[in-house]
Ligand binder design. Structure first.
Ligand code: GLV
Ligand code: MG
Length: 354
């Protein structure tokens, strides 16, 4: 076990000091693009201002004979693009693949100064994070980087779920964790044959009542895993995300899945197609009414102790803290999104006039 005193020391001489807190930058949507696809890469400059995170995907969905093209495409796009306030992430190949070493050996020296986060797929335990942690430190030192690249794990193996707490706390580099429902389903022998979302066969049926038809209620396949992931992340001060929703046309079910994740504590989700960007934006930005309400509770609670009644609803320390989460998120989003800033200001003015 490493001594707690060593935890914030760089893992290589000359590597940047690890961060003590995960920077809370808006990341409502992590938008995936294939950097080896020239048509897609050409859209990156116009996509960047529309999303919080752009992610150059090198792993699944990129065929084996396109791995190098994707890696080099990402270097080219990163160098040529001014991302403004949008973060640039990449998803490297899995640690058991023949491509991942070249991914890191290429990306860190070439574009390490532009990369905010490296997403690591199929993480099984803390040992996987430790491997990437040390390697990144060595490469950062060699490249002379001054800011550490953060690490994001995908929760998509049964072992990963069993070890999620140790993964979340494995390194100060850990930025967050995403649920990967497709690989997780495969790893667990689930029978969903789809990427995320519900399944019509996963139901609870009402008790018999004479001859009346018995209603069924579809249940959420992902509730347990998301809740567990959220707890692990919150306990370690890192951020939880819902991953992909594969049925691009079903924006309604996509929105439901995203909203369940949002309400359970996730801060964002992956978007695989431009139509999902608006969905993620809608879901992961608190509504103007909720923000106005949160500000009203915060103002009424003063120093946050004691209890007050507002419109017949009891508010205390716990609701005050929930309201702070909403108000802080709204401030961070408003600083980035003038449309939202306006909507929040208008709702606050309406609330004050009541
Ligand atoms: C994402 O990578 C998933 O497997 O769902
Ligand atoms: Mg996967």
């Amino acid at each position: 076990m490493r001594s707690a005193k060593d935890f914030f020391r760089p893992l290589a001489v000359g590597a940047p000091a690890p961060v003590r807190e995960v920077p809370f930058r808006p990341s409502r949507m992590i938008h995936f693009f294939d950097p080896g696809n020239e048509k897609m890469a050409a859209k990156v400059p116009s996509l960047a201002p529309q999303v919080d995170v752009l992610l150059g995907n090198l792993e699944d969905a990129v065929p084996a004979d396109r791995k190098e093209a994707a890696r080099h495409g990402l270097v080219k796009t990163a160098r040529a693009t001014d991302f403004g306030a949008t973060q640039l992430w990449t998803r490297i190949n899995s640690l058991d693949s023949p491509w991942v070493l070249d991914d890191l050996l290429t990306l860190v020296p070439e574009i390490g100064d532009k990369l905010d986060v490296v997403m690591v797929p199929k993480v099984e335990g803390a040992q996987d994070i430790h491997y990437v942690d040390r390697l990144l430190a060595q490469l950062e030192a060699k490249a002379g980087l001054t800011r550490p690249i953060l690490v994001h794990a995908i929760l998509e193996t049964a072992s990963g779920v069993a070890n999620v707490e140790e993964i979340a706390g494995a390194s100060p580099r850990m930025q967050g964790i995403s649920l990967g429902p497709a690989d997780l389903a495969a790893s667990r022998r689930m029978k969903t044959t789809r990427v995320g979302g519900g399944h019509p066969g996963y139901v609870v049926r009402a008790d018999p009542d004479g001859d009346a038809p018995r209603a069924t209620f579809q249940q959420d396949l992902w509730h347990y895993t998301i809740a567990r992931m959220v707890d692990a992340c919150a306990a370690h001060g890192i951020l939880p995300y819902y991953g992909p929703f594969g049925d691009i046309q079903d924006v309604t079910a996509c929105e439901d899945q995203f909203r369940n994740a949002f309400l359970l504590g996730c801060v964002g989700a992956w978007t695989l197609h431009p139509v999902q960007i608006a969905v993620a934006k809608r879901v992961f930005s608190p509504s103007p009414q909720d923000v106005a309400w949160a500000r009203r509770v915060i103002a009424a609670m003063g120093d946050g102790t004691g209890a007050v009644m507002i419109d017949g609803k009891m508010q205390d320390d716990a609701t005050y803290k929930q309201c702070l989460v909403v108000a802080d998120l709204a401030d961070a989003l408003a600083a980035r999104d003038p449309e939202l800033a306006e909507a929040y200001a208008a709702a606050a003015a309406q609330e004050e006039a009541r």
